[in-house]
Ligand binder design. Structure first.
Ligand code: PLP
Length: 374
């Protein structure tokens, strides 16, 4: 029986129930359900929250990535450098616009791309870096920004897991050409359905994105280019506005739980997701690496602790991307993380007794494992 789930969203619903229901009622009473005042307000509120000039709400995070790439005219013949240790949608978006994903391996301590690894993969065809702020921690945007500038390529962010995170005090989207957010229910700012957003500095490109999300339309039935139908609906926007009010408090809860785990596991032979000095980590997931991951996961399950494996197959070894021609061994750090990464329960509203149960069970599982040979 599960005593501690990996994630429990019921607390967020229960603690904001009245406000959420009121926001739904407001939209239903108003009678405008697509691209109305709630979406416009949410765009302004999130742009301000992240410290970015413009925000364009779309249907989901994957569309946000695709539209972000499109806004920079990235397509056939272009290469986009990214990480193989991420959710599939990162590379899928690159392929969907007709460009080629080029992988660089990640840093084993942060699980993130570094400027040094990216630089080795730059060619004459490289059009952009699509950095992923995995698990809620931002990559080194100072170094990546310098690299992108030196090579005159775009720096774009997959910030789907990292709203509220910062690098050197600056939020996602504020130190790059643009960023994609997801409001999938399990994300740190989760809707009650799908949702996404593109953040960007440049006003003209943001205007173009506003067209692209509605069939390239500049006015009703006037179409300037081929676009999409990818819109956030008013109901989701209204509920997200309620939850945005609580995001900082919920993020601080995540950080406090992570700090408890760091302290409780400091003596274990396990790699912990301690943030880089310049990073504000928002712990979308608390992901450790441990050599006998599958055994540890089984032992925790026996103690009623649910855990997650993000991600079991690195993207360069996915069947769907076999045309890229990669082999096992091409990105050894990502491959090792796929074997060793384990995410422990961590969510706002997680009770102290559940945190204690995770700490006890994880310590026991790691300390009673037979030692790895070699
Ligand atoms: C969730 C996620 C996406 C996709 O977002 P959706 O809203 O599910 O389309 C893309 N990249 C990363 C890293 C994600 O975690």
């Amino acid at each position: 029986m599960i005593q501690v789930p990996l994630l429990d969203l019921s607390y967020q619903w229960r603690s904001e129930k009245d406000h959420l229901l009121a926001s739904v009622e407001r939209v239903l009473e108003r009678g405008q359900y697509i691209l109305g005042p709630e979406v416009r307000a949410l765009e302004q509120e999130i742009a301000a929250y992240c410290g970015v000039g413009h925000a364009v709400a779309v249907g989901n995070g994957t569309d946000a990535l695709i539209l972000l790439l499109k806004a920079f005219d990235i397509g056939p013949g272009d290469e986009v450098i990214t990480t193989p240790f991420t959710f599939f949608a990162t590379a899928e978006a690159i392929v969907q616009v007709g460009a080629t994903p080029v992988f660089a391996d990640v840093d084993p301590a942060t699980y993130l791309l570094t400027a040094a690894a990216v630089e080795k993969r730059i060619t004459a065809r490289t059009k952009a870096i699509l950095v992923v702020h995995l698990f809620g921690q931002m990559a080194d945007m100072t170094e990546l920004g310098r690299l992108a500038e030196a090579h005159r390529i775009h720096l774009l962010e997959d910030a789907c897991q990292s709203i509220g995170a910062a690098w050197d005090g600056h939020g996602v989207g504020s130190q790059s050409d643009g960023a994609a957010l997801s409001f999938f229910p399990t994300k740190n700012l989760g809707a009650y359905g799908d949702g996404g957003m593109v953040l960007m500095r440049d006003e003209d490109r943001a205007l173009r994105l506003r067209r692209l999300r509605v069939h390239g339309s500049v006015a009703k039935y006037v179409h300037q280019e081929i676009g999409w139908n990818s819109r956030l609906d008013e109901l989701q926007a209204a509920m997200l506005r309620v939850k945005l009010q609580r995001l900082d408090a919920w993020t601080n809860e995540r950080i406090a739980i992570a700090q408890c785990y760091h302290a409780a596991f400091a003596d274990l032979p396990v790699h912990l997701p301690r943030p880089a000095a310049m990073a504000r980590h928002v712990y979308h997931l608390y992901t450790v690496t441990v050599p006998q991951r599958d055994q540890v996961q089984r032992a925790l399950a026996e103690d009623g602790i649910q855990t997650g494996v993000y991600y079991p197959i690195p993207l360069h070894l996915q069947e769907a991307l076999r045309s890229l021609g990669h082999q096992p061994g091409d990105f050894p750090v990502s491959e090792q993380l796929a074997q060793q990464a384990l995410s422990l329960p961590l969510y706002p509203g997680m009770e102290g007794w559940r945190q204690d149960a995770v700490i006890r069970a994880f310590r026991k599982a790691v300390l009673t494992l037979p030692k790895v040979q070699g």
